[in-house]
Design a protein around this ligand. Sequence first.
Ligand code: FES
Length: 364
Amino acid sequence: MPLPRLRTAGTALLVTGAALLTRRALRRRIDASPLWPLPALEQPVSGQPRSRALKLRVARHEHVADGVVQLRLEGGHLAALPGWEPGAHLDLVLPSGLVRQYSLCGDPEDTSSYTVATRLIGPDEGGRGGSLEVHEALREGMEVEVRGPRNRFPLVDDATSYVFIAGGIGITPILAMVRAVDAAGADWRLLYCGRSRASMPFLEELEKPGGRVTFVAEDVDGRPDVRAFLGEGQGAAAGTAVYVCGPEGLMDAVASALPEGCTPHLERFAPAASAGGESPFEVELRRSGRTVAVGADTTVLAAVRAEVPNVAYSCEQGFCGTCQHHVLEGEIDHRDELLTDGERGDSMLICVSRARGTRLVLDL
Ligand code: FES
């Protein structure tokens, strides 16, 4: 059975002799570990290669609208940064250790840097400290760790036309998409809403393709009329790809205004509301040989972390996919809007999803 990590560590200890640990003692320690043996997955559940963290330098930290900071992160020593496509995001590991996801909004052809933008969300708006840290603690010249890029909001390339709807900082993934479809000569329209023009980044660029973009600054124009926008021109007809990124109210407005049979591509700022009324259940961690209880007021992730502290997670909101695990037995109550139907068959995001019955078995 391969023991890559432990063998490496053991070899280092034996060679230096610093820990006075013999090979036999090391073997005893490994065998005594309650989590051993725990074979590593050859391939992550998502099928995507595990991306290694990169150390990038904050080359630019600038205010591009009221309450919006844009970061340009450069690889410097790296020949070329991993590529990405519109809709992709980065995991940013902030100096405090918080990990947050930000959509890439720069040029995918630029392999020397990544660009992201974040709106400041204070605690009174439900902010959890990530955007505050980006705004107030990150400075030019600092080094940050990033993981990714990963794309959970991909742009389809076979639509007859594209309708984009962005609310606030939801413009970041949409901007990269708009550039791509415009460069490809596709038919597209965008509804871009914000609290005020001053709070809406990228206005100058988006005003150039005159006629394709409808701007709604709510302090002057009031709430956007999503139904009227969707009905304009050819409307959201069959073959039209509809992409929406923004707050929950905008998502709801789009969902209620879309014609029958039209399924939008959504990226939310927050997870969809829970159905409520949680029931406790238990989760067997098959490879670890443990069973944990998941209470009515806790998550699978929290229960698993109590037994397996290094289990991977990031957003804790069903956004990023980091906590996706294979489910070997049991019926899953999916609470995310990230996984595809195919993935939902035998995997779940343990930060938000639960069991429909009394028991799940995870390949963990
Ligand atoms: Fe991000 Fe679960 S931690 S989806």
